[in-house]
Design a protein around this ligand. Structure first.
Ligand code: ADP
Ligand code: ASP
Ligand code: MG
Length: 420
């Protein structure tokens, strides 16, 4: 017998029919003899609606009230899934974050889990009861409800898996695994059987929203085996009932992956804005005067391009910030205008960051060169570039997103191989 966490995302609990379907998946695992803790998201679209209501009620809302409002979606699905399980004859009860408790820090709206005492859940699991936990939420040091940032139910699931010593954390979603790129953009993307924690971390950070970044970090730190799979498969199909290897993607240690590709996947993020400062003095201390105040305002700068001026007088600095922080960044730069002494500032939110990710890049030269050539052949202008050991990111016009992703996907031979 093993202990499992099963997490169901928004589309997997979108209505009563889908909740009943999720209950059948849970029942299958219970009947196979496993102890099961379930983590649920809100019904798809619900959290967006709740966030919208907060903004409408007050633009500068109190984040503690925001949390109390947006956490409510998960309370409903946890209760409904428990009812659906009981109806199938499975002993189950719902748990809210504060009842376990899932303790977080005080950063309302984007809190981090600091501790989960798994004892109460383990006690119930050992008695054969299924625990249905509301994802995305915890309780802060102020004793008030906190939420973990958008997509945070993945993190709830992995954290609970670590706390109860689960053998695996299954992430049930609307795709049957992690693909070489977002299958919504490239229908011919290939499902990956295994992805290393490091690569998944890069893919998630660079825009592959299939897992929240923090959940991958936690899985890596605590060695939780995460398996991404579909809730849309028939819960009682022979393949799922009898086989030990259902379709899906295992996120695991690098050394569990036998065949390492040079490039594992392509990710993209529309959540970027570009800012260019023109005619900035080319002298020591200027970069600090630009990026210091942005850091003080809690704005994360990502890509940075600065040229060396020919005559040592002035240069341009281009960088990116999250699109949500674009206006605020411009305000910070305006306030520092007299210190930085730039001539003018230009910006755009109409940009996208496309990234090529793969552990194999550590030992293979020429990956970046190939990507740049392919973009040039398609007439796509690259505005900025960053690289690390296992990824290359380029910033391009948003209009070229699909073309760039598809082109790179084919370039690195990631398109699904159909059996002929
Ligand atoms: P859930 O509601 O279950 O949490 P999400 O919408 O957060 O689901 O994540 C699943 C979605 O992630 C998929 O529908 C898919 O469009 C998107 N996605 C982006 N990149 C990838 C990728 N590389 N592999 C699989 N899915 C991806
Ligand atoms: N319901 C939350 C959101 O939409 C958390 C999640 O789905 O993971 O962000
Ligand atoms: Mg999600």
């Amino acid at each position: 017998m093993s202990r499992l966490v099963m997490k169901f995302g928004g589309t997997s609990v979108a209505d009563l029919f889908r909740i009943q379907n999720a209950a059948r998946h849970v029942k299958r695992e219970v009947e196979a003899g496993h102890q099961v803790a379930v983590v649920v998201s809100a019904m798809s679209g619900k959290t967006n609606e709740l966030v919208g209501w907060c903004r409408e009620a007050s633009r500068l809302h109190d984040t503690r009230e925001y949390d109390s409002i947006v956490a409510s979606g998960e309370q409903v699905t946890a209760g409904l899934l428990s009812l659906a399980l009981q109806k199938l004859g499975v002993d189950a009860r719902s748990w809210l974050g504060w009842q376990i408790p899932i303790l977080t820090d005080g950063a309302h709206g984007a809190a981090r889990i600091v501790d989960i005492n798994g004892d109460v859940l383990i006690e119930r699991l050992e008695k054969g009861q299924v625990a249905v936990v509301a994802g995305f939420q915890g309780i802060g040091p102020d004793g008030r409800i906190s939420t973990l940032g958008r997509g945070g139910s993945d993190t709830s699931a992995v954290a609970i898996a670590a706390a109860i010593g689960a053998d695996r954390c299954d992430i049930y979603t609307d795709v049957d695994g992690v693909y070489t790129t977002d299958p919504r953009i490239v229908p011919g993307a290939t499902r990956l059987d295994r992805v290393s924690f490091e690569e998944m971390l890069e893919m998630a950070s660079l825009g592959a929203k299939v897992l929240q970044v923090r959940s991958v970090e936690l899985a890596m730190v605590h060695g939780v085996r995460v398996f991404v799979r579909s809730s849309f498969a028939d819960p009682d199909s022979e393949l799922l009932v009898k086989s030990n290897t259902p379709p899906g993607t295992l996120i695991c240690d690098e050394d569990e992956i036998v065949e390492q590709q040079v490039v594992t996947g392509i990710a993209y993020s529309r959540d970027e804005a570009q800012i260019s400062l023109r005619d900035v003095a080319d002298q020591p201390g200027i970069a600090a005067s630009v990026f210091g105040p942005l850091a003080d305002a809690n704005i994360n700068v990502d890509m940075i391009v600065q040229n060396v001026s020919e005559d040592g007088s002035t240069t341009d600095i281009t960088f990116t910030v999250p699109s949500a922080d674009y206006e605020r960044s411009l305000e910070v730069l305006e306030a520092e205008r007299d210190v930085i002494r730039y001539k003018n500032v230009q910006g755009s939110t109409d940009v996208v960051k496309v990234s090529v990710i793969g552990m194999g890049m550590r030992s293979h030269a020429g990956v970046a060169g190939g990507a740049f050539r392919a973009m040039a052949d398609k007439g796509i202008n690259i505005r900025a570039i960053t690289t690390s050991e296992i990824k290359i990111s380029i910033l391009i016009d948003a209009a070229y997103t699909e073309l760039a992703v598809r082109t790179l996907h084919s370039l690195y031979d990631l398109d699904c191989k159909q059996d002929s």
